[in-house]
Design a protein. Structure first.
Length: 255
């Protein structure tokens, strides 16, 4: 199932903070996608572009990107930061008008918000034969297990977990993660691969809280509850925190 609509549509209220505190994507990610494709893509459609973190990566490498985003506030923030040549469309993935075909269709930490029914048929329709689908993202997690446990305990009275669960129930330790699991079952795609782009970050405590303030699990809490959760988390944080922010990438080719 797609995640609850209130979580999927919660980001517009913090669009500026999302742009400020969410990390961007490294050049190594583009190199991985282009290497899989066999050449840099010329055209791409982005699903759920947010404020354009991934948009800038691909457009900066000469790709003609059409960035789609259903939240008007997020799309407005994107338009302030991406190159002038990026085409933008305010739409959900499901309601996109027929377009393309593209060399690449990709989603950056957004595919889990789309509807499962018809997801892969729709993606295939937007791609040229042999075109590439890419999905990438991953949690920004505290590297110190003891600190992670302290933060979990501080959050627990109000929020059991701030994770986005696997849409198809794939266990976190499984070799193939979602959406690779769905891609392997899809008749529209083949040559499914999973890779990891390693990334480590360091943030100040206030910056880390700023990041948490853009996470949907916190955004849907009542304002007073959210403030109390952040007060308790801040109380256990050191001045600076080390973070594991590896990017899990899934790639597949349209048959």
């Amino acid at each position: 199932m797609a995640e609850p609509p209130e979580r999927a549509l919660s980001f517009g209220t913090v669009a500026e903070a999302y742009e400020r505190y969410r990390p961007g994507y490294p050049a190594a990610l583009f190199d991985l996608v282009a290497g899989y494709a066999g050449r840099p893509p010329r055209t791409a459609l982005e699903i759920g572009a947010g404020t354009g973190k991934a948009t800038r990566l691909f457009a900066g490498h000469g790709v003609a990107v059409t960035a789609t985003e259903p939240d008007g506030a997020m799309l407005a923030e994107l338009r302030r930061h991406v190159p002038a040549g990026v085409r933008t469309v305010c739409s959900t993935f499901e309601e996109l008008p027929p377009d393309g075909p593209y060399d690449l269709v990709y989603a950056a930490a957004a595919l889990h918000w789309t509807e499962p029914s018809g997801r892969w048929r729709r993606a295939a329709e937007l791609l040229r034969p042999g075109g590439v689908f890419a999905c990438f993202g991953g949690p920004v997690a505290l590297a110190d297990p003891a600190l992670a446990e302290a933060v979990r305990a501080a959050r627990a009275p109000f929020l059991a977990s701030d994770d986005v669960p696997s849409p198809d129930g794939t266990p976190a330790r499984a070799r193939m993660q979602w959406p690779g699991t769905e891609l392997l079952r899809s008749e529209s795609f083949g040559d499914v691969r999973q890779a990891v782009v390693e990334r480590a970050l360091t943030m100040g405590a206030a910056e880390y809280l700023g990041h948490l303030a853009t996470v949907s699990a916190y955004l849907v809490l009542p304002a007073d509850t959210r403030a109390e959760v952040f007060r308790r988390i801040l109380a256990v944080l050191p001045e600076r925190v080390e973070l594991d922010a590896d990017i899990t990438v899934h790639l597949a080719r349209r048959r």
